[in-house]
Write a protein that binds this ligand. Sequence first.
Ligand SMILES: CC(C)(COP(=O)(O)OP(=O)(O)OC[C@H]1O[C@@H](n2cnc3c(N)ncnc32)[C@H](O)[C@@H]1OP(=O)(O)O)[C@@H](O)C(=O)NCCC(=O)NCCS
Length: 141
Amino acid sequence: MNENYTIEPLTMSDYPEVYQLWSETEGVGVGPTDSEARVAFYLERNPGMSFVARADGTIIGAVLCGHDGRRGYLHHLAVRPEWRGKGVGQALVEHCLDGLRQVGIARCNIFVYTHNLPGRAFWEHLGWKERSDLIVMSHDV
Ligand SMILES: CC(C)(COP(=O)(O)OP(=O)(O)OC[C@H]1O[C@@H](n2cnc3c(N)ncnc32)[C@H](O)[C@@H]1OP(=O)(O)O)[C@@H](O)C(=O)NCCC(=O)NCCS
């Protein structure tokens, strides 16, 4: 396998392939907020902050990243199974953190399913800290 890949900003022309990747990836929960319109809105609000990794024209990894002016948020990090363990996930995360740093955002948060033990181990390996003092609560607007 050719191990070369590039990392580029995620654009809406990538959406169908990225949505497919998210749908096939364990640990990534796709829902109504991942519709084409919602993702387009998200990218518009957070230009150039989300990324895809591509090899031989195929998307092998993707991540959404943005901020609300105070904190950064990273969502839906996914790498194709055959490409895992080659640094793609970490490279995508680093691109996101660089983007946040450039606009002065000092901390980034992620949401990880409690049952996603490999995902949690990945983040811990990269130095992310679990917050035992917080839980996530949601409300339909
Ligand atoms: C989690 C995921 C994105 C990691 O991507 P990846 O490209 O395989 O990760 P990398 O190769 O960049 O790994 C970077 C480092 O983390 C380590 N690592 C990777 N996966 C790990 C895991 N599950 N547990 C512990 N460490 C892990 C690697 O060994 C590497 O360490 P090193 O630099 O010290 O050698 C990928 O496994 C995936 O898509 N999983 C399913 C989706 C998911 O759970 N996403 C997170 C949702 S919150």
